[in-house]
Design a protein. Structure first.
Length: 188
């Protein structure tokens, strides 16, 4: 009996070490992907394309597609929104604000959902969506044009509200057209 009691914690320790090592290897792969933004997004778009191809060829899983679209829209809105929402910042002493005048101090745009976490959530959810298409219990019969209409309506309303918010509080979540200042070379 003593032999069984002493072997049980050792076997659970081996299992815990295995999963800890597996998590470390997974994190190592994520860390290697971090600087390769374009490749990451190309892979994510490839996954979304693979999902859509599977749904189109199998002619089903429209509820899964709708849920995935809503989730991706939610992630996109969080990606566009500042971490500290100026609409909720009622008191000046609560934290930093976005500049509203040209003579105010520049404060960089900090996203509520950083780009890497945005990519990671889209990739992970698309893989889960692809896995769901292998199970018939998720293939609920629905009239898919209604879901498309609902999604388009929701997208338009949400983006209209987000664009109004961006205009009202004068922030631009993209760095494409923002000026980039180069450091001045010092003389030797």
């Amino acid at each position: 009996m003593m032999n069984e009691e002493t072997s049980s914690p050792a076997s659970s320790n081996v299992v815990a070490l295995f999963f800890k090592r597996l998590g470390q290897l997974y994190q190592l792969q994520l860390d290697k992907w971090t600087p390769h933004t374009k490749v990451r997004w190309a892979a994510a778009l490839g996954l979304v394309g693979l999902f859509l191809l599977r749904v189109f060829t199998k002619q089903g899983w429209y509820i899964v597609t709708y849920a995935l679209g809503i989730y991706h829209l939610n992630l996109f809105i969080a990606f566009l929104t500042p971490k500290i929402d100026p609409a909720l910042d009622l008191d000046d002493d609560q934290g930093p604000e976005l500049p509203t005048k040209s003579n105010e101090e520049f404060r960089p745009f900090i996203r509520r959902l950083p780009e890497f976490k945005f990519w990671y959530a889209i990739s992970k959810s698309t893989v889960i969506g692809i896995v769901c298409t292998f199970f018939d219990m998720f293939n609920v019969p629905v009239f898919w044009p209604i879901l498309v209409l609902y999604f388009i309506t929701l997208f338009c309303i949400t983006m209209k509200r987000q664009i109004r918010h961006m205009i009202k509080y004068r922030y631009l979540p993209f760095t494409h057209s923002k000026p980039r200042y180069q450091p001045v070379a010092q003389e030797k």
